[in-house]
Design a protein around this ligand. Structure first.
Ligand SMILES: [Ca+2]
Ligand SMILES: [Ca+2]
Length: 567
């Protein structure tokens, strides 16, 4: 929340990436073995996540798989347009996982909005009556919101994704509780501050304050012990689980030795989901609004929880990739290097538990020259300021009022830019179907959160063509980790032809991509990446060709060519 401001196991398990550094550049061609996947090899987290495609969805807006939970907790659909719970749920998400929707897009990980129990009431922050359909207004960190489904359904989602080699990222909120409403009492004064409001002029006015009016800020900085909030005690007693929750907390504090300060309760509750269900990582919400040392603590406990889950579920462990943490440092972009500048203080979040950060610059930078953008990103990720860490690019998101293409004028170009850029790619649900980002009646961020336009896809036509484009690119990314994690080299500037190469345990994954090509016959220079005589396949058209005199001639109706060695 930012108020301000593998694949299928047998055939497409994610290519293993070892710690071997990527090739500095494409080498002169020589006979070489086909790049094949070895799941068991040690994985380099930055390489994995820079090559990953993360699918981000608002569970409430994705698919309604069970209409019986649509009015859970007595919440009415009486909010402002697109500001009530609208029915989407875990059952719907499960259905799409099992239908292979994510596999067909080459998705490596699903990031769903927070599933924990939200405030029961609603508030108006100036954009109309709003419910916690988005998941960022927690009431109870230990329960699944019944509008989204049950604990069993959540477990089924994670298990089903894992069976397909798809990881699941939990969206974790520690900065604030939900707003106060007539049905949702404020947490005790030793748990939260309710003022001042952040003014975002420096570090303290970004951290030690409430993001907006009536969004209590958890006291994540102090070490003073606090008791459980009475409202939670009453709730858990009514649910018959008070004794168990209290005993678990006692065990946690005894083992860890932490003071009973608010943040450690939250860390216990957040990491329990990892320990119980096997989430593969966190997307940490509002990362710049609580002290960075807190994220390091979260990571330490999450690592422990993930190891516990793996020990208890050996048959479900995908591989040795460690727990992943990607942060929402709103406004950070790779051009800034590792640090985020608060004005009066600069913080290197990568040094505090984050393996990756969301890239808030891509959606603007993608309007410029792709040659320049790709070259710049590759240079910073390979030997530059961001060597060894991950970035997550996006063209639209739930919070970004200035997406790459709000009118969806160029959904194919958006896919090309996002899925071929160096770094991780975040597909925001519906990017691949040109889901409208401006909807009748919606105000502010509600425009970005319209229900998934499955009906457009069922009608076929243009929407199906757009999806086909995203699928080809997404599967190419999954098949070739060099696309996101390899080193970029421009072969020809106009029209753009480039290569990516990634060395993994002595083997090299190489691709050549050509954009803006004419329909019909085309000749693609491969710049010595592939030797003369090498047999290539274009993953976009499935046309085949061989390299002759440093180029391959193809006839395809498409402007995009995605070349790799034929196996
Ligand atoms: Ca439902
Ligand atoms: Ca804060």
């Amino acid at each position: 929340m930012a108020l301000v401001a593998a694949g299928i196991l047998l055939v497409a398990a994610h290519p293993a990436l070892t710690r071997t550094p990527p090739a500095r550049s494409a080498r002169p061609a020589a006979p070489r073995a086909a790049v094949r996947v070895a799941r068991a090899a040690a994985l380099d987290p930055a390489g994995f996540w820079n090559s990953a495609t993360v699918y981000f969805l608002l569970t409430d807006r994705f698919l309604d798989g069970d209409t019986t939970n649509d009015h859970a907790l007595g919440r009415a659909q009486d909010g402002a347009p697109y500001r009530s719970f609208l029915g989407g749920d875990l059952a719907g998400l499960l259905r799409k996982i099992e239908a292979g929707y994510f596999d067909s897009l080459g998705v490596s990980a699903i990031w769903m909005t927070p599933f924990v129990e939200q405030i029961h009431g609603s508030v108006d922050e100036g954009t109309g009556r709003t419910y916690g359909y988005h998941g960022y207004w927690t009431r109870d960190w230990t329960a699944v919101d019944p509008a989204l489904g049950t604990l069993d359904e959540l477990r089924a989602v994670v298990d089903a994704a894992h069976r397909r080699g798809i990881r699941v990222l939990m969206d974790a909120v520690i900065n604030h509780t939900g707003p106060v409403t007539p049905q949702d009492p404020v947490w005790p004064r030793d748990w939260v501050r309710t003022r001042p409001r952040c003014t975002y002029r420096g570090y303290s006015t970004t951290v030690d304050c409430t993001l907006v009016e009536n969004l209590p800020d958890v006291l994540t900085d102090g070490d003073a012990p606090v008791e459980l909030p009475p409202a939670l005690v009453e709730k858990w007693r009514a649910e018959g689980r008070l004794d168990r929750e209290v005993a678990e907390l006692d065990t946690f504090f005894r083992r860890a030795g932490y003071p009973r300060a608010p943040r450690y309760y939250l860390i216990k509750w957040l990491t329990d989901w990892v320990r119980e269900l096997g989430f593969d990582g966190y997307r940490l919400d509002t990362a710049k609004h609580f002290g960075e040392t807190v994220s390091a603590e979260i990571k330490r406990e999450a690592d422990r929880a993930f190891a516990d889950w793996k020990r208890a579920h050996p048959a479900q462990v995908l591989d040795s990739l460690p727990f992943y943490m990607v942060g929402e440092v709103f406004g950070w972009a790779p051009g800034a290097g590792r640090a985020y500048d608060f004005g009066d203080r600069s913080v290197d979040f990568f040094s505090f538990g984050y393996d990756g950060l969301i890239n808030f610059g891509f959606k603007s930078e993608a309007h410029g020259s792709l040659d320049s953008l790709f070259t710049r990103y590759s240079a910073t990720l390979h030997g530059g300021a961001l060597n060894g860490v991950a970035i997550l690019n996006y063209v639209s998101s739930h919070d970004d009022g200035g997406p790459y293409d709000q009118e969806r004028r160029d959904p194919l170009g958006a896919g090309t830019r996002l899925l071929l850029a160096p770094g991780g790619a975040q597909i925001y649900y519906g990017d691949e179907l040109a889901r409208p980002l401006r909807v009748e009646g919606a105000v502010g961020d509600a425009n970005l959160r319209s229900p998934m336009n499955w009906a457009d896809l069922e009608r076929g036509g243009r929407t199906a063509e757009i999806l086909a484009h995203w699928r080809k690119l997404g599967r190419f990314r999954r098949e070739h980790p060099a696309v996101g994690a390899g080193e970029h080299r421009t072969i020809q500037a106009q029209p753009l032809v480039f290569s990516r190469a990634l060395e993994t345990g002595g083997r090299v994954d190489r691709v050549v991509v050509a954009l803006d090509q004419p329909a019909g016959a085309k000749v693609i220079p491969v710049g010595g990446v592939f030797a003369d005589g090498t047999r290539l396949v274009d993953a976009y058209s499935l046309e085949r060709g061989s390299v002759e005199r440093g180029a391959v001639a193809l006839t395809t109706p498409f402007p995009v060519v995605l070349l790799s060695e034929r196996r």
